[in-house]
Design a protein around this ligand. Structure first.
Ligand code: UT7
Length: 336
């Protein structure tokens, strides 16, 4: 059997809404404090979308345009879209087709939506990578985009969850690698459904006699619920585990990593993983301070910023890793 080819990230871009929401702005709404939020999560501010301007699909398209430009790829040359989000524009259809329309892609390429929350982007990247490896497609656009702010409980009851999440989008263009040893070396995906309800937005669920009536009477179930301590406990185990799995498969040790881009869930989780892997500060990228947790958008936004800042160079060993609702967790090891 012929050796499967690798894919590589030919372009990366991100978009965040212009509205900055500081911790101080949340204080009167949620009976919280800047000190609490910073101490427990590292977050100083996040972005909230502007109704009538930003949508999950068009923020994704804004990020995608930058990624396409960097890759020198025309929108109509995209052969597949993989769109990861937990906050789609509509219950159906998915945001992938909306992004296709927004970008003016008229070639009828497939648009696949991925529903894996914080791990969504790494799952989507893995899906795209498989299509390139098998030779089915040469150009795949992978997008993570989220609008959380319209679905958060902004009262004191919601403070344990609502201070964390923010809005934003990131995208990459995958192409077949032409250089031996360059590109996505491997991806690793996991899930454990026994914890499905530990981080959840229950409604609008389909298992109701009448969804509309149920939602009207149970408005609080439209907001995210999180058992924060349990999620934290699993995250600090799964992150190092799935990173180690990727390194071992490719014959590397943790100290070989030039840049770790973890899902931006909580600065304390990232610091724990960094310490466990024995990595110095310059080898771990964090921007949660400015954006909060943007779930499926967090990894591509962070990757895009790291590339923009010149922190990732050709030949670097880059590891992406994520953990979140499901529970799901995933990693990707890349020779840049
Ligand atoms: O991205 C997907 C994966 N998500 C994660 O990885 C998140 C993982 N979990 C976490 O990051 C943390 O659990 C949180 C940041 C969400 C919460 O931090 P914590 O240290 O686990 O706090 P806690 O929920 O145990 O609450 C501690 C105290 C409670 O008060 P009492 O009962 O000790 O009096 C809460 O009521 O902090 C209180 N609290 C707050 N106080 C001020 C909870 N939220 C807030 C708040 N402001 N926003």
């Amino acid at each position: 059997m012929a050796t499967l080819r690798h894919s590589y990230i030919a372009g990366v871009g991100h978009y965040v809404p212009s509205r900055v929401v500081t911790n101080a702005e949340l204080e009167p709404l949620m009976n919280t404090s800047d000190a609490w939020i910073q101490e427990r999560t590292g977050i100083q501010e996040r972005r909230w979308f502007e109704e009538g301007k930003d949508t999950t699909a068009n923020m994704g398209a804004n990020a995608a345009r930058k990624a396409l430009e960097m890759a020198s790829v025309e929108a109509n040359d995209v052969q597949m879209i993989v769109f990861a989000t937990l906050s789609p524009d509509y219950f159906f259809p998915g945001s992938g087709v909306l992004l296709q329309r927004e970008l003016g892609i008229s070639n009828n390429c497939p648009a696949l939506d991925v529903r894996n929350q914080c791990s969504g982007f790494v799952y989507a990247l893995s899906v795209a990578d498989q299509f390139i490896r098998t030779g089915m497609y040469d150009t795949v656009l992978v997008v993570g985009s989220e609008i959380h702010s319209s679905g958060l409980d902004k009262s004191p009851e919601g403070r344990g969850v609502s201070v964390i999440f923010g809005d934003g989008a990131g995208a990459v263009v995958l192409r077949p690698s032409t250089t031996e040893g360059q590109g996505i070396l491997s991806t690793h995906l996991h899930a454990q459904g026994e914890f499905a309800e530990e981080l959840i937005v229950k409604e609008p669920g389909s298992n109701r006699d009448n969804r509309a009536d149920y939602v009207v009477a149970n408005k609080q179930d439209l907001y995210p619920y999180m058992n924060g301590q349990n999620v934290f406990k699993h995250a600090v185990v799964r992150f190092p585990q799935v990173i180690k799995e990727a390194l071992e498969q490719n014959g590397y040790q943790s100290t070989d990593v030039d840049m770790l881009i973890p899902h931006q869930a909580n600065l304390r989780i990232t610091q724990y993983v960094q310490q466990k892997m024995g990595l110095t500060d310059d080898k771990v990228f964090s921007n949660i301070q400015r954006y909060g947790n943007t779930t499926a958008a967090s990894v591509p936004i962070a990757l895009s910023e790291a590339v923009q800042a010149g922190k990732i160079k050709r030949g670097d060993l880059v590891c992406l890793a994520a953990f979140g609702s499901g529970f799901t967790w995933a990693s990707a090891l890349i020779k840049w």
